[in-house]
Design a protein around this ligand. Structure first.
Ligand code: F6P
Length: 535
């Protein structure tokens, strides 16, 4: 298999050389249906890439050789696929994407969801009350990384789907400035805290949980404050030690990795806010994304194409990053979530068997709201000498209230992907100069040169039907699957994250040194300076 894969890579390398050469003749622009894929919720236009039909076919056969769909079915089957941690990878279970599983797991999913519904309904209805018998008005979700980004992102995106008056807040940072800011506006009598930590060992989260407990306890005689806590964790023992009532602990299955856990009780704050019905629609959208992934042929498969293009650019065009540009304001946090999904999953230099490799397996994922970035980083995007493939994302249907405004947003979206792709010729630059700058006394040659854009900078376009739970579920599942396929292409385990452990251990040791005012073991100059009374 390895040999066929490597041979196919050679063909793709040739494709890349041909495509680069043809770019100069500008004959890659295509209006061919092969470069568009439509689903119920997402229209994916990948026509602005440096590929032709032959490249597309050759790239697709890489997925064929790797048996992407069979491998995916295997991870959804309850087999041990996260080898280094000896774990199953069942993050798709909550959305009903399960293959060959025994009834017990299916029943577990049903019970799990029932529990989520019950807990969230009880809080919303006021059945579960604050320690002083009051109805909750605010929920604070405390967590970090995968126990934070996804749920916060979806919460911000589904602003219009909030079904009750309970406000949701987030605390993630160890710097207590954030917690103090959030708490300063809240009422101790009516605030519920959700401690989200799969391990219940993450120091940032535990510090914030302690801070919240102390904050609640501060006034008067407050013995029962633990009524104002829910925990979402796999470590029941530690959560109970912290004082959380066992009945108010929601499990995070060991088989669901943190960055893949937003489909579970990790999102309980979100569920309280948008209601279980809307959350179910979110899961349904993701299930449709899964179905698309495991059933569509590779050349018509959105996440597979996303991954193949990304792989193609890092192998043959030297790209190191992937830029994500959501144009809808409400989608702005998607970058934080996808950044963790992709970089924590694939940022590796060891293959699945522990063998070192030197190719790039995980992209730097970056970006932010497109409209805002147009006025900061787009100069480099259009004219810099760095090769940056991108995803432009925008919705189609918005409320009538925002319609005209959205037409303007869409115009910007399209203007930039077209310009990135087609560039701006010398002739166009000449005409523009005459029209706009000729009377300004500038050096014509210099200005025309500067106005000319080479184009051929790859950009995928995602036109979302709307920003609904279903669409969002599908989109986020596509990014998960893209990451998975990229992992297969580089032969890495996309479900472990050993590289983050050492820093955590070191930080604890350094903190001990600081507390005892000792020099640290390796004699860091920086720590000396930090502890010095003179600076
Ligand atoms: O340090 C990285 C990490 O383990 C992520 O994988 C995870 O999402 C995050 O920390 C939070 O972990 P936990 O949910 O156990 O607090």
């Amino acid at each position: 298999m390895k040999k066929i894969f490597l041979n196919q890579l050679k063909n793709i390398k040739k494709d890349s050389l041909r495509c680069k050469k043809n770019l100069l003749k500008n004959n890659l622009f295509k209006n061919n249906n092969s470069f568009y894929i439509e689903t119920d919720y997402i229209f994916f236009d990948f026509s602005r890439n440096i590929i032709d039909l032959k490249t597309l076919n050759n790239l697709s056969s890489l997925a064929e050789i790797l048996e992407v769909k069979n491998n995916f079915k295997n991870i959804c089957s309850g087999n041990i696929t996260n080898k280094s941690e000896n774990k199953k990878t069942l993050h798709t279970a909550m959305r009903g994407t399960l293959f060959n599983l025994d009834k017990a797991i299916k029943d577990e999913v049903i019970d799990y969801k029932k529990n989520l519904r019950e807990i969230s309904d009880n809080i919303r209805s006021g059945k579960h009350k604050s320690f002083n018998g009051k109805k909750f008005t605010d929920v604070v979700s405390i967590g970090i990384g995968g126990s934070h980004f996804g749920t916060k992102m979806v919460f911000e995106a589904l602003n219009e789907y909030r079904v009750n008056k309970i406000n949701l807040h987030f605390i993630s940072n160890l710097d207590a400035t954030e917690a103090n800011e959030v708490l300063s506006n809240l009422n101790k009598d009516t605030t519920l805290f959700v401690i989200v930590s799969k391990s219940f060992k993450t120091s940032e989260t535990l510090e914030n949980a302690k801070l919240a407990k102390n904050w609640l306890k501060k006034q008067g005689n407050r013995k029962n404050v633990m009524k104002n806590f829910i925990a979402v964790t796999h470590n029941f023992e530690e959560a109970i030690k912290f004082g959380v009532d066992e009945r108010l602990i929601i499990d995070v299955w060991d088989s669901v990795g943190g960055r893949y856990s937003l489909w579970t009780g990790v999102s309980i704050g979100l569920i309280i806010s948008i209601g279980f019905k809307n959350f179910s629609k979110f899961l349904d959208g993701a299930a449709l994304g899964d179905k698309h992934f495991y059933s569509k042929k590779y050349s018509k498969n959105i996440p597979v194409i996303m991954a193949l293009l990304s792989f193609y650019y890092s192998r043959f065009f030297g790209s190191q990053s992937h830029l994500i540009l959501p144009y809808d304001y409400s989608l702005r946090l998607i970058v934080d979530h996808v950044q963790q999904v992709e970089m924590e999953s694939n940022g590796k230099s060891l293959d699945i068997n522990g063998k070192k490799f030197s190719n790039i397996s995980g992209n730097i994922v970056w970006g932010s709201n497109g409209i805002v970035l147009q006025h900061s980083i787009f100069q480099l995007l259009h004219q810099g000498n760095i090769f940056i493939p991108s995803d432009f994302i925008i919705s189609k249907n918005v409320s009538s209230r925002k319609k005209d405004n959205h037409h303007k947003v869409f115009s910007n979206f399209l203007a930039h992907i077209e310009t990135l792709n087609k560039g701006f010729s010398k002739k166009e630059a000449d005409d523009l100069y005459e029209k706009k700058y000729s009377k300004k006394g500038l050096d014509k040659e210099l200005v025309v040169k500067n106005l000319t854009l080479a184009g051929n900078r790859p950009a995928n376009a995602f036109l979302l039907k709307d920003i609904s739970p279903e669409t969002l579920g599908m989109l986020l599942s596509f990014y998960e699957h893209k990451t998975y396929v990229l992992g297969l292409l580089s032969d890495v385990n996309s479900f472990d994250q050993w590289g983050v452990e050492i820093g955590k251990i070191m930080a604890k040791d350094i903190y001990k040194d600081i507390k005892s005012s000792k020099d640290n073991k390796n004699g860091s100059v920086l720590l000396k300076k930090y502890l010095s009374k003179k600076f």
